[in-house]
Design a protein around this ligand. Structure first.
Ligand code: RP5
Length: 161
């Protein structure tokens, strides 16, 4: 199976991004997690994305806050799908959200919600599952469990009325 790269701009992003690595672990999807920055280590970021496909990665998740250019910079150097996670920062994450999502035509970044680390991992898994029936089956099971959880909550609500 191809690996998922979980890249974040700083160690201060880790408390949020832990949810992404935990989700990948839950689904037994191989991953690497690294800290690199579009602004502080631009060469390392460019080299990583340019060699990501040949290094066995299938999807890149990139998380950054503030002027969050990391996902875009990584997307510029690869044809692998890049998922951006805007990290909540100075302006409640609106700065990160816009910097991550508003990419120029030709360089897409699939942007999840502010601090949406679990969804980023699930989207990465969904991308890999297109060519992997067993992985797709795991996602179906997860959705069934989620639906059962909602039904239980509705039963609880009915009991309050
Ligand atoms: C971004 O700047 C990082 O992704 C982080 O969210 C934010 C602040 O970084 P630190 O100053 O905490 O290293 O590049």
């Amino acid at each position: 199976m191809k690996k998922v790269a979980v890249i974040m701009g700083s160690d201060s992003d880790w408390p949020v991004m832990k949810a992404a690595t935990e989700t990948l672990t839950e689904f037994l999807v191989p991953f690497e997690a690294h800290i690199m920055s579009a602004h502080r280590t631009p060469k390392a970021a460019a080299e990583f994305s340019e060699s990501a496909a040949e290094n066995g990665f299938g999807v890149i998740i990139a998380a950054a806050g503030m002027a969050a250019h990391l996902a875009g910079v990584l997307a510029a150097g690869t044809t692998l799908p890049v998922i951006g996670v805007p990290i909540k920062s100075t302006f409640e994450g609106l700065d990160s959200l816009l910097a991550t999502a508003m990419m120029p035509s030709g360089i897409p970044v699939a942007t999840v919600a502010v601090n949406g680390a679990r969804n980023a991992a699930l989207l990465a898994i969904e991308i890999l599952a297109v060519g992997d029936e067993a992985l797709a089956g795991q996602l179906v099971e997860m959705k069934k469990k989620m639906a059962a959880g909602v039904s239980k909550k509705d039963e609880w609500l009915q009991a309050q009325l």
